[in-house]
Design a protein around this ligand. Structure first.
Ligand code: COA
Length: 184
């Protein structure tokens, strides 16, 4: 989905642009997908599971840009990708058409600067404008206090827990907390 760029000021005074992710960021996104899992174990995909070529990533980003039910927002600070967040429709079936899901990850140097709050605020506005969705769902690793705080601050409510949803490479299992935000 295409949408208007928005400029925000981070808590450290730097300017940040929130804009639709697009094929021009294909190489940056591959780097981001590989590097962010080295900074936190709370992401689903591990670095060694990123196998996209630049061409494939370009095509993927173009497809998202052209799809009215996929919103992908990149945050740019000083010309660099600081983070990415997305809202996607859950599925095309009529019984699922009212739901979308949210995902977000920032490079560690941009944590705690208000960027997550700003991105989710803008994504929520855009999700409402789509007109089809009445709720945003998400899952967060139970131990991810920073993300849970962010989601609560942005109006998400805990609705459940998925036992042993994730298994880390060190063999430990982690529950996921299920959260949702009402868009009506
Ligand atoms: C989770 C994440 C997106 C949060 O984004 P952020 O830009 O750091 O969040 P914000 O700065 O907007 O902070 C939002 C709230 O989180 C809380 N928070 C911030 N830093 C925190 C910390 N270190 N510990 C606990 N809570 C924290 C505060 O309540 C804050 O609200 P406040 O600014 O009004 O005090 C970011 O830390 C990140 O990308 N983490 C790694 C990937 C990840 O875990 N993604 C979520 C997967 S479900």
């Amino acid at each position: 989905m295409r949408f208007e760029e928005k400029q925000i000021v981070l808590k450290d005074g730097r300017m940040c642009i929130l804009k639709p992710n697009s094929p021009e960021y294909a190489e940056d996104m591959i780097r981001y997908l590989k590097e962010t899992p080295t900074e936190t174990d709370f992401l689903l995909r591990n670095s060694d599971e990123v196998h996209f070529t630049v061409e494939q990533e370009r095509a993927l980003l173009q497809g998202i840009l052209d799809n009215p039910y996929q919103i992908m927002m990149v945050a740019i600070v000083g010309g660099r990708v600081a983070g990415n967040a997305a809202i996607n429709g859950i599925g095309p079936q009529r019984k699922l058409q009212h739901r979308c899901s949210l995902a977000i990850a920032l490079y560690k140097e941009f944590w705690g600067l208000g960027l997550g709050t700003a991105m989710i605020g803008y994504l929520t506005e855009l999700a409402r404008s789509v007109g089809a969705w009445t709720q945003i769902d998400l899952e967060v690793v139970a131990e991810n206090e920073q993300a849970k705080k962010l989601y609560e601050k942005c109006g998400f409510i805990e609705t459940g827990r998925r036992h042993n949803a994730l298994r880390s490479d060190d063999g430990t299992f982690h529950d996921e907390i299920l959260m949702y935000k009402d868009l009506t």
